[in-house]
Design a protein around this ligand. Sequence first.
Ligand SMILES: [Zn+2]
Length: 245
Amino acid sequence: MARMYVQIEPLLVEVDGPLAVNTGFRRGLINRTVERDAQGLAYIPASSLKGRVRRACEQVARQVGLRVCRAPRPSGMCSAHTQQPCLVCRVFGSPGRGSGLRWQDARLVLDYQKVFAGDEGNRQAQFYTRTQVQLSRTLGIAAHDHLFTSEFAIENLRFESAIAGWLDITPVADEDATGGYELLLLLAGLRLVNTMGSSGSRGAGHCVIYLPEQVTVGQRSISVAEIFEFMSLLSEFDQEVRDGA
Ligand SMILES: [Zn+2]
């Protein structure tokens, strides 16, 4: 196992459906508001992005038959005492054992920032609200309290993020220059993500994450296509760890 510096940059997140990133805050009559940065521009917090990609990586790992712990409840997850944490926890960390990777907030790409920056009217153009009625099944009446207004970011926004930091790498086919099983899983999860945002049942924003062509592993730059050539070996991870233990 080797600890290596990896960098995935830029990560372009293109959202082509309505995006609601739940802040848990209420503004006036609006139940959910989209996250805004200091300039009033919409963004996707690193924690939301990371959480979404983690779920995608869990999906990938399960699909190939790897052992995956039960996130997000800490009691079901690998912990600081787990001798061999699952591959997902090795990339994303687990309770008591952080990850050396740093995720950046996904900010609007510069061209979009220019469109929406400036006056309040421009800033407001990023958002719209939608009101729905929530009927109580027992009462069956629509009262004022049952009006539920959600805020969304407009469609076709492009955000840019990056992931960089230290990753403990388990070599694939005795080769750690490609970032091992850990980077392979992370890239596969990023490629799989197709929705973003918290408003799942109401149609979270459909999105695509575009990977860069090259990523940095240690001192080298390596093509993502080259890393994906090892995809069929991902299922070997658990066996590899058992053999190495
Ligand atoms: Zn785990």
